[in-house]
Design a protein around this ligand. Structure first.
Ligand SMILES: [Zn+2]
Length: 56
C-alpha cells in the first residue's frame, strides 16, 4: 500500500491498493478530497469543488 502527502495539510494519506489514477480519496486528517494525479510516483492534488450537477 502506498502513501502520499496531502497537499493541504501535509499529513500522510494512505492509498488503497486498488486506487487508480484520477480517483478521489479523502484525507483522514483534514477531510479534504484529493485526486490521484499519478501513482508512480504517487501525486495527490486537491480535488476541485464539485458543484451540484443538475444535468444538462
Ligand atoms: Zn489533509
Amino acid at each position: 500500500m502506498a502513501t502520499a502527502t496531502c497537499p493541504s495539510c501535509e499529513s500522510d494519506v494512505a492509498l488503497d491498493a486498488a486506487s487508480r489514477q484520477h480517483e478521489i480519496v479523502e484525507c483522514a486528517d483534514c477531510r479534504g478530497e484529493l485526486e490521484i494525479l499519478s501513482l508512480d510516483p504517487v501525486l495527490l492534488a486537491l480535488a476541485p469543488e464539485v458543484e451540484e450537477d443538475w444535468g444538462e
